[in-house]
Design a binder for this molecule. Structure first.
Ligand code: F0G
Length: 435
């Protein structure tokens, strides 16, 4: 439908054909052409200074939805939401570790650690909005396909909202922590004999036929929540935009959300310069990088294969939105192979920060930007760490305990008899550990 009278606070627009739908239409795609939807908001009726003052006042608030690092920005996320399902989430730290400056070659690399969210990944920021929207439209059951983090987050928020949750994950290759979370929070968990791309196809079909509300990042409300990663990091930098924002890319929901956040922040006067986005794919799951290298003249799909199971995706759903995000931010798309990802992860882990394998793509990406001369070391970069170190304990234990030959950074545990002498023997044999 097209609105004839005054615009409501928010509505949905199809990126492909321009068709408009109400904010409460539960259809996951455009009803006219099946294209991807985007939420549009009427420009806030506050001046930029007033808006920023509100965001500042709410920061550090102790309770209720205002304590959330998502709902703090509600005027530009979902202004008409009244009752929200919030953990709360967000309020993640912006960290600096000199060892990672040395490792990447950057002068002052900041890490936005989204692993500090309630279920250990950035997905909670999108899920609080997605499940809030599900409640608003009267859904009683929600579903998603996932490589593991979306399902963990959906399971937690659905349980908080009292809704049934159905999650579809690849039977092989979901990280242990993520599967455990989905089971623990009570989601009906289907281990699909196939990959993520099969799961997503099936989840879309099931939601259309079985009437459950789809909460993959195809759902545009999820992206409204994920925009707040960017808004919050800009707020932490006192609204002085960094030169680069670097993030891992799989299904391309986050890349799209970041582009939208930056576009709106510029349009609404919250920032005066546009950071460049660098989206980093695993080399074995890099259809978007391939399209970027060809000037986005063709969309590609691949059979994905990488140790970073979170981004083992061969047919990214948010392709069209992400192309726009890269174009509008003069962005780049890079790839990092599994060895680079694991090296970057080892560097992040050894700095005391820690992250899951896919998250390290952003730090590997910063190193590449510097080495390829795309980024000057004096420029400011923020690398987003998307998930917590304990999401994938299997890969950690393999790396430290089992891999032969022993990787340079392996920290082998030592089994001993229960005697002081055994400890002394270990200490005598130990080579000094460098900080
Ligand atoms: N990092 C982590 C830790 C993820 O879990 C994901 C995606 C990404 C990066 C990539 O983000 O898909 O928006 O480009 N995980 C999804 C899931 C696919 O099901 O949990 P994206």
């Amino acid at each position: 439908m097209r609105f004839e009278t005054e615009r409501p606070a928010s509505w949905q627009t199809c990126l492909a054909c321009g068709h408009e739908m109400t904010e409460t239409d539960p259809h996951p795609r455009c009803r006219s052409c099946g294209g991807l939807l985007e939420i549009r908001h009427r420009a806030p009726d506050l001046t930029p200074a007033e808006l920023l003052r509100r965001f500042t006042e709410r920061r550090g608030h102790g309770s209720g939805a205002t304590a959330s690092g998502v709902w703090r920005f509600r005027e530009v996320v979902l202004p008409s939401a009244e009752t929200v399902i919030s953990h709360p989430e967000g309020n993640t730290p912006l960290l600096h570790r000199p060892s990672l400056d040395r490792w990447t070659g950057a002068g002052n690399l900041l890490l936005k650690h989204e692993g500090h969210n309630p279920t250990g990944s950035f997905k909670d920021r999108g899920m609080t909005v997605g499940v809030t929207q599900a409640r608003r439209i009267g859904a009683t059951a929600v579903a998603c396909a996932s490589t593991g983090n979306t399902s963990a987050s959906l399971a937690a928020y659905a349980s908080q909202a009292g809704m049934a949750a159905l999650v579809l994950v690849p039977a092989e290759g979901i990280a242990l922590g993520k599967l455990a979370q989905s089971l623990a929070y009570g989601a009906r968990t289907l281990l699909v004999r196939g990959d993520f791309d099969d799961c997503l196809r099936l989840a879309e079909e099931a939601s259309a036929k079985l009437g459950v509300y789809l909460l993959n990042s195809i759902n545009p409300f999820r992206l409204e929540g994920q925009k707040t990663i960017v808004l919050e990091l800009l707020q932490q930098l006192f609204w002085q935009a960094p030169d680069w924002i670097v993030l891992p890319a799989g299904n391309l929901g986050n890349t799209s959300a970041f582009g939208k956040a930056l576009r709106e922040a510029r349009e609404w006067g919250l920032i005066s310069s546009m950071p460049r986005l660098a989206a980093v794919q695993a080399a074995g799951a890099a259809p978007f990088a391939r399209s970027f290298d060809e000037g986005f003249t063709r969309r590609h799909t691949v059979k994905a294969d990488t140790v970073a199971t979170a981004i083992r995706i061969g047919d990214p759903a948010s392709y069209d939105r992400a192309v726009r995000a890269i174009r509008e931010t003069d962005g780049v798309v890079l790839t990092a192979d599994d060895a680079e990802l694991l090296d970057a992860k080892a560097a992040v882990d050894a700095s005391g920060v820690g992250c899951e394998p896919a998250s390290a793509a952003s730090v590997a990406g910063v190193r590449q930007l510097i080495r390829r001369g795309l980024m000057d070391p004096a420029q400011q970069a923020v690398a987003v760490l998307t998930g917590h170190i304990l999401k994938d304990p299997g890969i950690l234990l393999r790396y430290h305990r089992e891999t032969e030959p022993r990787p340079a950074g392996a920290n082998r545990p030592v089994e001993i008899d229960a005697t002081l002498g055994s400890i002394e023997a270990v200490l005598r044999a130990a080579t000094p550990v460098s900080p």
